[in-house]
Design a protein. Structure first.
Length: 384
């Protein structure tokens, strides 16, 4: 069967088309006024002092690790129930990762108690991931970071528009990193943003994003500078004007998109709760405001996940897994052998992500719920 309900879908229209055409007509493609405007509006949106648009969130995380001063011999505590970029960014610097377990099936975020257990004299930073846009326990985590003098980096890839106690996720720690990959709440294809309230970090990020150069092409174009020096070993992690223009158009749509995601999430929660199939739905009592980036559910243990996902696919419904835990990937298990994270592993084995995007109709949601109901009943009857 053709795909009837995809996992995610872009909320793109004439606004994005016009945005791209305007950049093409401007004949200025990289790091110009559109990027500056995107950074200003994003900084305002999350109430951060500085925002740096970059080529993707992986690069934002790498810049964050560099600005945190990470180097060989240092350790960083991070979750394993995340996309591999969260921890790859640490390894790029020569530092090592220590994985901390999650809270449990009702909250898939990193556990503050488990963070404490992983702290050693080498620990320099914490990377926390707001899974699905649901806030980590930031008060407790901030307190740990302060007590142990650790840099706090928020992987807010899922969390544009999410907040806790009225404070935007991504602005609780020293740095927050957002993703604008195609399937994210704010999508530009590739793209990301690093935000910080710290001037010293902002200065480093500004340099390291663009080869450690003291001036940028735009400065020279505008006659503000004629040459440049290179004062640090930086990277080319710049974004371009086309994607910044897409970002600006998408930023306008983000609050309404997140609100629609919340409505769909509530419909799923209600439908799954009423059915009573033994499916667990995480984050039911999550504090703060989520961005509802994805809808994770945990299958009953006796249901074979692969068969379930195949049956869903036969009904035209795309599903996914968030995440195969990082410490189980070959590269990581060879580099960090013998890691045991019981809660992460148990959740990761049962998790299935359902379609969720603002363009989903109520009918689509009911179609997915009905399919889940009949597939689980069929599988339970047949003992699959
Ligand atoms: C939790 C998390 N962190 C980091 C990333 C990396 O983002 P990007 O693809 O923009 O590099 C992703 C992307 O999927 C993610 O989900």
């Amino acid at each position: 069967m053709d795909i009837r309900v995809p996992l995610s879908g872009l909320d793109y229209g004439p606004e994005e088309e016009d945005a791209v055409i305007n950049v093409v007509r401007s004949r200025w493609l990289t790091m110009g006024s559109v990027t500056q405007e995107f950074e200003n509006q994003f900084a305002h949106f999350v109430s951060a002092k500085h925002a740096f648009a970059v080529s993707n969130c992986t690069d934002a995380l790498h810049l964050a690790c560099l600005a945190a001063g990470l180097k060989t011999g240092d350790e960083v505590i991070a979750p394993a129930l995340t996309f591999v970029a969260s921890t790859n960014s640490v390894l790029y610097t020569g530092a090592e990762v220590r994985f901390a377990d999650i809270i449990g099936p009702s909250n898939l975020n990193i556990s503050p108690e488990e963070i404490e257990k992983q702290i050693t004299p080498r620990t320099k930073a914490l990377i926390v991931v707001h899974y699905g846009g649901f806030p980590c326990q930031m008060n407790e985590i901030l307190e740990i970071a302060k007590r142990h003098n650790l840099m706090l980096i928020e992987d807010a890839a899922h969390a544009p528009g999410a907040s806790l106690q009225g404070r935007a996720l991504g602005t609780w720690g020293d740095m927050g990193c957002f993703s604008f990959f195609s399937n994210k709440n704010l999508a530009t294809g590739e793209g990301g943003m690093l935000v910080t309230n710290r001037d010293d970090i902002a200065e480093q990020v500004r340099l390291l994003r663009s080869h450690g150069m003291t001036t940028l092409t735009m400065d020279r174009h505008l006659g503000h500078a004629y040459t440049y020096d290179v004062i640090a070993l930086g990277h080319n992690y710049r974004i371009d004007e086309i994607r910044s223009a897409l970002g600006l158009a998408q930023l306008q749509k983000l609050p309404a998109g997140n609100a629609r995601r919340q409505v769909i999430t509530e419909m799923y929660r209600k439908g799954l709760n009423q059915a009573g199939y033994g499916i667990d739905v995480p984050f039911l009592d999550s504090p703060g405001q989520s961005s509802y980036h994805i809808f994770p559910m945990l299958l009953p243990e006796e249901i074979n996940r692969q068969n379930f996902m195949q049956e869903m696919r036969k009904s035209g419904i795309q599903t996914s897994i968030h995440y195969p835990p990082v410490h189980h990937f070959s590269y990581y298990s060879q580099r960090f052998p013998g890691i045991s994270l019981p809660k992460t592993e148990s959740v990761a084995a049962r998790e299935v992500t359902l379609p969720l995007f603002p363009g989903m109709s109520d009918e689509d949601v009911h179609y997915v719920l009905t399919a889940i109901h009949s597939i689980i009943s069929m599988m339970k009857n047949k003992g699959l």
